[in-house]
Design a protein around this ligand. Structure first.
Ligand code: N01
Length: 656
């Protein structure tokens, strides 16, 4: 289902012919350059290329964790590594040997373990091999098993809704497979949530060398954690390379999708910016609108009385100059924690309303720039970018999942879940305390009374230190009322405001809203009720044939990982389903109720063991009844395995 043209364009730079020879042309400088690179990816490159594991074993005791800053400074060992790597590269050049394929699984596992300072489970290996794609087989791209009939394929039509990260990944795979589609985007440009969220300080909190498409690796990110504009640039570049301009329609919004029970097609209504509407008849509908696209604006008493500007963080009003203004910020989640410290220096006074505190971790790379040496290494050293991606994959995802499991025998269940979780709690408290100069009043406000990871674990974006500024006040508790001139707190004290910023999150429990999606038995709102969305693997829903959801219910990676990774899993699964449909010339593919129910029950049972259902925890992951509706409970490797194959027995598949 892929074409040569596209796979060639996504070729990682390390596969360019002669690259090793080019490197060695500058042999005198090479050692110095290598010395500037991170130890572990270099070590893995050397081990992979040379086959020699001895150096890796000597390094292993110095690797305390998966982040670069968790590796001991061992200059002599590193110099030895660099020299050994140069000799290996020279050997490849002289012999003309091709780069080696992926290591065998047992060796891969030893490399994975030694490079992150812990035991990586064997189940993880399939995922690593696939993600790093050493063999250049691009296992995530679905291939036709038999050539589809041109007449059937030409007549087939898919509507992709949304041109964010997920929608674009879907569109590019459809294009590669030659499946006709249109992508409808309500905004004037690509990017989805990254297009809409432009608040000061916006940046990603998952490292970009992993938070990016596996099929569009970018070696020259300027930051480890990029800002919104850098991410939008990347998405735009990907979009330009995807060659899907003809299929994309900007400034148009899907208002409804109604399943035609007789004709087995979706009737999709699209509204243009001028209000006019048109219809598309489609075999399949794929929504890529995500979970975080509808801002939650609380209905505070008096909300309409306020005389000044008031806006949500996801709808930042750049026409409002905050300099010298008294600003009230409501909300201290991921958005609030980033924007507060950014605006604090320019405003006259910042009052922050914190309904409940969040936990936030320090990461020394958060604002660091990627050095030129590192960019060079990622672009030029064979396999360096792949092994670096592996390190981040582990550092940001399944490494932390055991931390989130409730230990039934743990003696302090109110404050933590298990011994490791408690250790994290202590580290976090020590960090907060240091950042606020051990101020007891601030500490009392800032230390959550629930275990770490109960809400999304945030990164300390200079949040705690910003709270020690003279012009910043942290007010705890709910907002009682908004007046013409300010915000009244729970104790009845009014905090004057020229501008109110609502960093109050999103309506994540009502995905696909406000589209009117009607399947065989009624609307998706009827199926899901007010706030109980459910989908098999987070992707398909009984009674909604030929509909696929990307970043849907139960797929948010609450323990970490990259939303892009999960989306790619969903895209592959959707492609597998479409392949089944097209090769069989089927009209209808609909998940059966039994596997759906069984899956939901398994998910709920797993959630019961995890922190998000802890009694003291409130978060946006749970609905009013307390069910976790947004998050995946699975390790990435398990979700990958669940979605890597399409089992036709799980579906009703009707021929055309
Ligand atoms: O939203 P949130 P967000 N009265 O729901 C408070 C992604 N993201 O936009 O904690 C008073 O986390 C609410 O209080 P409480 C990421 O997945 C990523 O910040 O519920 N306060 C909370 O403090 C993230 O998880 C990045 O008690 C009210 C805040 O508003 C998700 O988006 C950056 C209130 C909402 O926090 C959402 O993050 C930004 C009320 N009525 C976003 N209602 C990065 O990658 C809500 N609050 C860095």
């Amino acid at each position: 289902m892929s074409s040569e043209k596209h796979s060639a364009r996504s070729e990682p730079p390390e596969h360019r012919d002669g690259i090793i020879g080019d490197l060695l042309a500058e042999k005198d400088k090479l050692e110095d350059r290598l010395m500037e690179l991170d130890d572990v990816p270099l070590l893995l490159v050397y081990t992979h290329l040379s086959g020699d594991e001895a150096l890796m074993q000597r390094y292993a005791p110095h690797v305390k964790g998966a982040w670069a800053f968790e590796v001991d400074d061992v200059p002599e060992l590193k110099r030895e590594l660099c020299q050994a790597l140069i000799a290996t590269l020279a050997d490849y050049t002289e012999s003309g040997r091709p780069l080696p394929p992926a290591p065998p699984v047992d060796k891969l596992q030893r490399m994975c373990n030694a490079s992150v300072g812990t035991q990586v489970p064997e189940e993880y290996m399939a995922m690593v091999l696939e993600e790093l794609n050493f063999d250049r087989t691009d296992a995530k791209t679905v291939k036709w098993r038999k050539q589809p009939s041109p007449a059937f394929l030409d007549d087939f039509k898919v509507v992709v809704i949304g041109a964010g990260y997920s929608g674009l990944a879907m569109a590019t795979k459809l294009k590669q497979a030659g499946i006709p589609f249109v992508m409808i985007e309500k905004n004037e440009d690509v990017g989805g949530t990254w297009f809409e969220n432009t608040y000061p300080g916006i940046a990603v909190d998952t490292p970009n060398h992993f938070y990016s498409y596996s099929f569009r690796v970018k070696p020259d990110w300027d930051h480890f954690f990029s800002t919104g504009p850098e991410i939008i640039d990347y998405i735009r570049t990907c979009y330009a390379e995807m060659d899907i301009g003809e299929e994309t329609r900007f400034n148009e919004e899907v208002v409804s999708a109604i399943w035609d029970k007789q004709g087995h097609r979706w009737d999709v209504t699209v509204r243009r910016k001028d209000g006019s509407e048109y219809a598309i008849r489609a075999n399949a509908v794929i929504t890529g609108v995500g979970l975080l696209n509808n801002p939650a604006v609380p209905d505070f008493p008096g909300r309409d009385r306020f005389k000044g500007p008031m806006f949500h963080s996801a709808r930042w009003d750049h026409s409002v100059d905050l300099e010298g203004k008294r600003v009230v910020q409501v909300g201290t989640g991921a958005s609030g924690m980033q924007l507060g410290p950014m605006i604090a220096p320019e405003v006259e006074h910042l009052t922050i309303f914190q309904r409940s505190p969040h936990w936030a971790r320090h990461n020394p790379l958060l604002y660091a720039k990627v050095s030129d040496a590192m960019k060079w290494g990622l672009a030029n050293i064979p396999y360096y970018n792949k092994w670096y991606r592996y390190q981040l994959l582990w550092a940001t995802s399944d490494l932390v999942l055991p931390n989130l499991h409730k230990d039934p025998d743990w003696p302090e269940p109110e404050r933590s879940l298990n011994a490791a979780n408690d250790e994290v709690r202590q580290q976090l408290i020590a960090h907060i305390s240091e950042q606020v100069n051990h101020d007891p009043e601030l500490l009392a406000k800032l230390i959550p009374d629930f275990p770490p990871y109960g809400k999304r674990m945030l990164r300390d974006s200079n949040w705690y230190s910003a709270l020690t500024r003279e012009n910043v006040e942290l007010v705890t508790g709910a907002v009682k009322e908004i007046t013409e001139t300010g915000v009244i707190d729970k104790d009845g004290i009014e905090h004057p405001a020229d501008v109110i910023v609502l960093a109050t999150g999103f309506k994540a429990q009502t995905p696909i809203y406000p589209m009117n999606v009607v399947g065989t038995k009624g609307s998706i709102r009827d199926a899901w009720g007010e706030d109980d969305p459910r989908a098999y693997l987070g992707i398909t829903v009984p009674d909604f044939p030929n509909m696929f959801i990307l970043y849907g219910p139960g797929t948010n990676g609450g323990h970490g990982g990259s939303a892009v990774y999960n989306s790619e899993c969903q895209v592959r699964y959707t492609m597998l389903a479409l392949r089944e449909m097209i090769e069989r010339e089927a009209d209808r593919v609909e998940v059966r109720p039994e596997p759906f129910e069984e899956y939901i029950n398994t998910v709920d049972a797993e959630h019961a063991k995890l922190v998000w259902t802890h009694p003291g925890v409130k978060n946006w992951y749970r609905n009013k009844a307390g069910r976790v509706v947004t998050n995946s409970p699975w390790p990435l490797s398990k979700y990958r395995n669940l979605t890597a194959n399409f089992d036709p027995d799980d579906y009703i598949i009707e021929p055309a």
